[in-house]
Design a protein around this ligand. Sequence first.
Ligand code: IPE
Ligand code: IPE
Ligand code: MG
Length: 248
Amino acid sequence: MSQLLGKIEKDRLPRHIAIIMDGNGRWAKEKGEDRLFGHFHGVESVRNIVEGCAELGVEYLTLYAFSTENWDRPEYEVVGLMELLVSTIRKEVESLNKNNIRLHVIGDMSMLPDYARKELNEALSITEKNTGLNLIMALSYSGRWELLNAVKNIAFEVKQGRLTVEAIDQDILQRFLCTSNFPDPELMIRTSGEFRISNFLLYQLAYAELYFTNVRWPDFRKENLYEAILDYQGRERRFGKTSEQLSN
Ligand code: IPE
Ligand code: IPE
Ligand code: MG
């Protein structure tokens, strides 16, 4: 067993880990390769981290794979990413199933090309009954898109007379988010040395512990994940209270 793994307290694991998988393009450029080469190698990290989370018993893993803003990248990169997504899902769905992993997707699916949406929907239904790790892919996702969508849908319910303004509370709001079935992430990891959220889970990360590493996503492996979890386990989560209140 790895030394780091042995130090993790299994009864204090984050239930939900969210990751901004960043740095594929730079990783490739540093090797004199095309950006798509980096995305291609990023898939290996996804496989490794999904396996690592499943082994540990983490319940939810959200991976930021493509943001609303990423649609504005050069067309060849967008097309390359969509093709990679489809071929990866096709290749991996069997092993997800074998490992009892359930796939979920959050984001604006209407933006995806038909062939990608079809492949995804199939994978969602194939893994629907699995009860192990919940693997949530954020695709064509952004926090602002999600919040706007929630506001519109709540307004519609009010207009239809099914909801009153007075009844809207945080529980109701949360029900209108894409993540209504998942607990908030306790730990958010971003790779590749950028210190920002880039429109990821703006509402849900309110009290998440943030962990940043310079490691580029294609180099990120289980050991790096363990390091992040250990860092998380060393923190005091106060939720606005004082340290003294927590120890009482
Ligand atoms: C993250 O890597 C993957 C996606 C956003 C799809 P990047 O493609 O952003 O890589 P860098 O940040 O340019 O190195
Ligand atoms: C965030 O990375 C989105 C994903 C990892 C999918 P970006 O590379 O798009 O973010 P910025 O542009 O550096 O903020
Ligand atoms: Mg980036």
